[in-house]
Ligand binder design. Structure first.
Ligand SMILES: CC(C)(COP(=O)(O)OP(=O)(O)OC[C@H]1O[C@@H](n2cnc3c(N)ncnc32)[C@H](O)[C@@H]1OP(=O)(O)O)[C@@H](O)C(=O)NCCC(=O)NCCS
Length: 141
């Protein structure tokens, strides 16, 4: 697996494609991604030059750090999610994170099971204005 930070236009487009496919309720524009890339670590994971997944690490501020791994549906259950997540967690720890959160769409059974197996516990569930599907916030226990 090779990992590239969102910086180049190609990586930004790959990150956008993966994010918006997996989180259709919250599609992000190229401009929104550019703004987020300034404060968050956004990366794309490639295997044999093909994008398989992406990640978001929000560094700790007054809020806990957040680590989110995403893998394209046809690339799942091969260990990529765990690799992407562990890399994101290590980055969050390097940035001083003591408490780590993640967020999963409630409709995403794979994501919830994965997060629980990585040691996260649910702490909150909320529907954003205009949405119908809840987001689930989880904290690394
Ligand atoms: C959660 C997500 C990232 C997992 O990606 P993935 O690449 O399938 O992750 P892995 O392959 O590392 O692990 C998934 C499962 O497959 C299993 N697995 C790993 N390699 C396997 C293999 N070769 N054969 C069979 N199963 C395997 C793992 O044990 C794991 O089981 P678990 O979910 O019951 O713990 C993916 O489902 C996703 O993008 N979901 C949407 C986004 C999301 O909800 N992210 C969670 C926030 S961290």
């Amino acid at each position: 697996m090779r990992v590239q930070a969102v910086g180049s236009e190609a990586a930004a487009l790959d990150w956008q494609h993966i994010h918006n496919l997996i989180i259709p309720t919250d599609p992000l524009s190229a401009d929104e991604i550019a703004v987020r890339a300034q404060r968050n670590i956004l990366e794309v994971a490639y295997v044999d030059g093909v994008p398989v997944g992406c990640s978001t690490v929000r560094p700790p501020t007054s809020e806990p750090a957040t680590v989110i791994a995403r893998v394209l549906p046809e690339k799942r259950r091969q260990g990529f999610g765990a690799q992407i997540y562990q890399r994101g967690l290590a980055k969050a720890r390097e940035l001083g994170a003591q408490v780590v959160h993640t967020v999963v769409l409630a409709s995403n059974d794979d994501g919830l099971r994965f997060a629980r197996h990585q040691g996260f516990v649910e702490i909150d569930r909320y529907v954003l204005p205009g949405d119908t599907i809840a987001f689930v916030d989880l904290r690394l226990a």
